[in-house]
Design a protein around this ligand. Structure first.
Ligand SMILES: Cc1cc2nc3c(=O)[nH]c(=O)nc-3n(C[C@H](O)[C@H](O)[C@H](O)COP(=O)(O)OP(=O)(O)OC[C@H]3O[C@@H](n4cnc5c(N)ncnc54)[C@H](O)[C@@H]3O)c2cc1C
Length: 223
């Protein structure tokens, strides 16, 4: 268990997301993850809205918290997205998605779920390999490799990953891709959440028509 985390006044005024402690409204909702057996109580939940929020949270966590956990979609069965007594960095508010139909790429932030990703990409007839359960987060799934409907044709999620923006343990914001920090990029593709906080991901997408299949049902992205 950790001790008290004190948020410096300057961070409290500039933080654009929410800083939630035990007793604050929403605390029990925000510490909950998909696996209902997990019941951990962070000292502080930093619900980040921007990359500078994440940088501030990492600095506070490094100086004061016994442990830092990172929550993307909260679907990890082991419940590593939440910590007992430490600082939980929650990306659930970071929902930015940009589709570039010309390059067939999709950029999405660390709090996006596959449902949100697929809806945005499908507006342009595009998709990439992603989770089969729509409420799973893109972050944890991608960092773990990523299997899904389209993998037979397009490979794992990480085979379609072009770049990741990362906040390091030192609080630096860097990009990992085949051109920039290629060793970090290699590690992120399957290494889980051990190499920094992934703030956003850029993926190669592919044209996908509506596919009808199976006994008596139809589904988009299926087949
Ligand atoms: C119902 C269900 C269906 C699933 N279906 C699939 C599937 O179809 N294909 C598949 O490949 N996997 C699937 N999974 C497994 C899933 O990919 C992993 O559990 C994944 O870790 C979930 O990601 P998340 O962001 O939702 O989870 P979280 O619990 O938020 O995170 C999981 C881990 O990743 C770390 N993490 C999360 N976000 C970040 C970040 N931005 N930066 C750094 N570290 C981070 C967390 O700290 C934690 O250690 C499924 C899981 C469930 C429960």
């Amino acid at each position: 268990m950790g001790g008290v985390i004190t948020v410096p006044e300057q961070v409290r005024t500039s933080f654009t997301g929410d800083l939630v402690g035990a007793g604050d409204p929403g605390y029990d909702q925000f510490r909950r993850v998909h696996n209902g057996l997990i019941d951990k109580r962070p000292e502080l939940i930093a619900r980040c809205l921007t990359v500078p929020d994440i940088v501030d949270a990492v600095k506070i966590g490094r100086e004061q918290a016994s442990e830092i956990s990172v929550r993307g979609g909260g679907h990890g069965v082991a419940g590593l997205a939440v910590t007992d007594g430490g600082l939980m960095i929650d990306l659930a508010l970071m929902k930015g998605i940009k589709v570039d139909p010309r390059k067939r790429t999709v950029w999405a932030q660390g709090g996006v779920t596959w449902n949100e990703f697929n809806r945005a990409a499908a507006c342009h007839g595009l998709a990439t390999t992603g989770g089969v359960v729509s409420t799973t987060g893109i972050a944890g799934l991608t960092l773990g490799g990523g299997e899904g409907w389209l993998m037979g044709k397009y490979g794992l999620t990480i085979d379609n990953l072009l770049a990741v923006e990362v906040v390091t343990a030192a609080g630096e914001v860097i990009t990992a891709s085949t051109e920039e920090n290629p060793e970090l990029f290699w590690a992120l593709r399957g290494g889980g959440g051990n190499f920094g906080i992934a703030t956003s991901f850029e993926y190669q997408a592919h044209p996908v028509p509506t596919v009808y299949g199976g006994p008596g049902f139809s589904q988009r992205f299926g087949g």
